[in-house]
Design a protein around this ligand. Structure first.
Ligand SMILES: Nc1ncnc2c1ncn2[C@@H]1O[C@H](COP(=O)(O)OP(=O)(O)OP(=O)(O)O)[C@@H](O)[C@H]1O
Length: 237
C-alpha cells in the first residue's frame, strides 16, 4: 500500500447488514483507487450502495470484509474508537440538507469540530473559522443564523465546517440535491477549487449529471459493481 498517488485504496471491499433473518450486501468485493487530490463522483440507482460506500470511506461504517486504506492508514483494521479519532482529523462530511445547528450562528457552527481539539486556544479557533469563512466567501455572514441564510449559503457554511479541521478527505452526499441551478453551480465551483487549489480528495455521491460532470472522474455503482462513466483531463490550478 505504498503507491503515493493512491490516497484511497479499496480491495474486495464488502459491507453487509442483518435485516431480521436476511442479510443485505450493498457492497461486495469492490475495488477502487482514488488519487490524492482527485474529485470523484459516484452515481447509481437508489439502493446501489453509494451512501454505504461513502460511510465506509468516512469511517462511519466499518467494512465487513476486504481492505480499505486511506492516506496509508488501515481503516478496515481500526476499532470504532480509533475510527472516530481518525475521522475527526482526516475526514469532512457534507450532507444534502446541511445539518447545521439552528440555534448557532454560522461562525459557531463552523467552530464546532474545533471544540474537540482541547489543545487549540480560542484565538486559534477564531483564526481557523475566519479562514474557512473567507474560503467559502461568507465572511460577511459570520453572525447570521441558518434561518437567515439561503440554501446555497447554508451549504457553504456546512462546507466551511467540513474543512475547518483541514482534513485531506471530503465526502459529500448529494451536496447540490436541494439547491437551485445557480446555487448548485457555486457549490460545484467551490468543490472544484478545494480539489484543485487545496489538494483535497473529494468523493461525491450525486444523481445530478451536471454535478458529476464537474468532477474529474465519474463512476457508476450497480449492484456492488463499479463501472467507469467518464474521466476528464485534470485541470491544474
Ligand atoms: N444501517 C443499515 N441497516 C440495514 N440495511 C441498510 C443499512 N444501510 C443501508 N442498508 C441497505 O443497503 C442498501 C444500500 O443502501 P445505500 O443507502 O447505500 O444506497 P444508495 O445507493 O445510497 O441509495 P439512495 O440513492 O437511495 O440514497 C439498501 O438496500 C439499504 O436498505
Amino acid at each position: 500500500m505504498n503507491n503515493e498517488n493512491h490516497f484511497i485504496i479499496c480491495e474486495k471491499l464488502g459491507k453487509s447488514y442483518r435485516k431480521g433473518t436476511t442479510t443485505v450486501t450493498p457492497l461486495e468485493e469492490l475495488d477502487l483507487q482514488v488519487e490524492r487530490g482527485e474529485f470523484l463522483a459516484l452515481m447509481g440507482p437508489s439502493g446501489s450502495g453509494k451512501t454505504t460506500l461513502l460511510n465506509c470511506l468516512a469511517g462511519i461504517d466499518r467494512p465487513s470484509s476486504g481492505k480499505l486504506f486511506i492516506g496509508g492508514e488501515d481503516i478496515a483494521g481500526m476499532s470504532r474508537g480509533e475510527l472516530t479519532t481518525w475521522r475527526g482529523k482526516h475526514c469532512g462530511y457534507i450532507f444534502q440538507l446541511y445539518h447545521l445547528v439552528p440555534i448557532l450562528t454560522a461562525f459557531e457552527n463552523i467552530e464546532l469540530p474545533l471544540l474537540l481539539d482541547k489543545g487549540l486556544s480560542k484565538s486559534g479557533r477564531r483564526f481557523r473559522v475566519e479562514a474557512a469563512l473567507d474560503l467559502v466567501d461568507l465572511a460577511d455572514r459570520a453572525t447570521h443564523f441558518p434561518s437567515e441564510l439561503s440554501g446555497g449559503q447554508e451549504q457553504r457554511v456546512a462546507i466551511a465546517r467540513a474543512i475547518v479541521t483541514d482534513p485531506q478527505l471530503l465526502v459529500a452526499d448529494e451536496p447540490t440535491g436541494d439547491l437551485d441551478s445557480s446555487a448548485a453551480g457555486q457549490i460545484l465551483d467551490l468543490l472544484q477549487r478545494l480539489s484543485r487549489e487545496h489538494g483535497k480528495t473529494i468523493v461525491m455521491v450525486t444523481h445530478d449529471p451536471r454535478a458529476a460532470d464537474a468532477a474529474d472522474r465519474c463512476l457508476h455503482l450497480e449492484k456492488g459493481q463499479l463501472l467507469e462513466a467518464h474521466q476528464k483531463e485534470k485541470a491544474t490550478a
